[in-house]
Design a protein around this ligand. Sequence first.
Ligand SMILES: [Zn+2]
Length: 355
Amino acid sequence: MPFRDTIGHRQLVRLLSRSIAGGSLPPSLIFSGPEGVGKKRTALALAQALNCGRAVVSGRWPVVGGQGPGEAGDELPVDACGECPVCRRIARNAYPDVFLVQPEDSASIKIEQIRDVIAQTAYRPFEGRRRVVIIDEADAMGADAQDALLKSLEEPPPHSVFVLVSARADVLAPTVRSRCPRLRFGRLNPAEIARALARDHGYTEEESRLAAALAGGSLGRALEAAAGGLDDVRAAACRALRQVAEAADSRGRLEGARGLTGTRGAGATTAADREQLAARVTALLALVRDLAILSSRAHGGTVANLDLTSELEGLSRLYDRDRIVRAFTAADRALRALGRNASPKIVADWLALQL
Ligand SMILES: [Zn+2]
């Protein structure tokens, strides 16, 4: 995957591309930052850009929402083509000059793995222009493995680049850290995560938004959450819709609000609480949209939550057309308020009274 297809981290990626173009890429680097934001992918994109079989390709970021065409600094002076045999083999981890070192069964990176890879870097690259050694989860190296690596970081063999990837770079030995300039990867924003889910993982727009809201800035976490979390989120939204509609008075409705904020109630004030509520309200919005489709009798493939048909039919007895419109408007406003950092508790209470 070339630089131009990476999600987020534009400044870092542009920096890498420019340093390749200017011949100033440091021979050893640390890519640090949270899990699941694309550090290893960027390291592979770097390996591709250094070795792409179509010599120097220049890239341009695709134009996506919010980023206008021709924006200053949009271009990448060096990028991989992503399609030639070299790029493809690097992406499959089947290229002789790109080494990916990762923890083995013991969850640690052993000194033998490091010695092996160092022995290989003594020779000129077999096929490529630059040999790239990517050490993923570099913090899994023990003290002895880090010591063994130190000399290569100090006096890197010509034609070789070392990239240490880590979500816990601070636990690396100070001697290792002091020899490698560090590129700090930040969290992805929900729009970036949603874009990656839709583009690379076949999510629908609705699913991407929901999973992105849950993800806490990590694409990896969004994918994990999608494996199990989505059902829980939808179930909570379903329960809240029912409880609020069946409540006899506003007190009962506020209890329904608790189903949206979780058990923490008034204590729900953190960014994680806000994300959790946003995910549930997004799910609620999707359910209300389905209710609207069912009420207009225009069903078929357009209902998003097809697997929840019996729950939806139960809810459709509680939600008439006016109420559906009101619920839709309220849930939409609630999401926008959360986007402006409103208190999760206040938003959930307000929503429960509007539904
Ligand atoms: Zn290529």
